[in-house]
Design a binder for this molecule. Structure first.
Ligand SMILES: [Zn+2]
Length: 299
């Protein structure tokens, strides 16, 4: 694993422009991208380094000296070997592959065990329904082999077949429909991934988790994250884990008044074995992020 950092600032904030700090810090075009955007009257400077790169403290010191405001974000990059060795890998998506669907489009749910405050724990009982009227969503189905809809992963028929043929444990599929303007539902050649097993809550040793907004009623939803995220489970939590599992926690935005027609409820993320990661990689699936979890001995 490599811990990476990105520094971002406006080149126009530096007296004499960005090279005043980039050059003495030794940050050449291999790590520093400079983009002049005249319409915004800004020069975007984006520097990406390993966190232990000796150029990092140099650059930070120079930016401070010239009183330049900058932003930083950090993340971890994993090698294929590290993914292969991971006990489980958390799958999340980027906006690039997200499509609109769920309760507001007539997907059916059993609310008997849903949290009254946030809806977490509601159980989908029928096929998954997408918004077939939203062009941007529909276009993604032609462009990608796998898409995300509020935590649900939808895969095209042939990727579903590859996953099915791999004999993965804990995985089944549901049908996917698109609701049209006239409220008719059209069946798509897509399948929704479904897990039979849900893992227990993560170990409190996990970092990068923000718990400030967690639902006061059920403690299960509205988790937020800051990067780098490092998710930890106790060894005993993984007893019974399958190739495809759900997390216990729900991340992200929630809109819930008890009425499905206005609800936005993010479902828990998937935790999968390297077998699943490999199938997605070999199928050329893009737009998803993969985070190997860590396991600690039982406390
Ligand atoms: Zn709740």
């Amino acid at each position: 694993m490599k811990s990476k950092i990105r520094l971002h600032f406006d080149g126009k904030d530096v007296p004499g422009r960005e090279q005043t700090v980039l050059e003495p810090a030794g940050c050449g075009p291999d790590v520093a991208k400079v983009e002049d955007i005249p319409v915004l009257k800004k020069v975007f400077v984006d520097v990406r380094l390993d966190v232990d790169d000796t150029r990092l403290p140099l650059l930070q010191k120079l930016l401070l000296a010239y009183k330049v405001d900058w932003s930083e974000d950090r993340w971890d990059e994993y090698t294929d070997e590290e993914y292969e060795a991971a006990p489980l890998i958390r799958v999340t998506s980027t906006n690039e592959v997200s499509v609109i669907g769920g309760p507001r489009f007539d997907t059916e749910y059993d609310l008997s065990s849903a949290c009254p405050a946030c809806g977490a724990g509601m159980r989908q009982t029928g096929a998954y329904v997408l918004d077939g009227t939203y062009g941007e969503s529909v276009a993604k189905l032609a462009q990608f082999r796998a898409v995300d809809s509020y935590g649900e992963i939808l895969v095209d028929e042939s990727l579903a077949k590859t996953l099915e043929d791999a004999g993965l444990s804990g995985l089944s599929f549901r049908s996917v429909y698109a609701r049209q303007e006239d409220f008719q539902k059209v069946k798509l050649r897509w399948r929704q991934m479904w897990a039979s097993h849900t893992l227990p809550p993560m170990s409190p040793r996990s970092t990068g988790i923000v718990r400030d907004k967690v639902c006061k009623s059920c403690g299960r939803s509205k988790f937020e994250t800051t990067s780098p995220e490092r998710f930890v489970y106790r060894a005993q939590d993984l007893v019974g884990a399958q190739d495809v599992n759900w997390m216990w926690e729900h991340f992200g935005f929630v809109r819930w008044s008890g009425d499905l027609t206005t609800a936005v409820v993010w479902q828990p993320d998937f935790l999968v074995t390297p077998k699943v990661w490999r199938i997605f990689r070999d199928a050329g699936v893009t737009g998803f992020q993969w985070l190997p979890i860590r396991v600690v001995e039982d406390e």
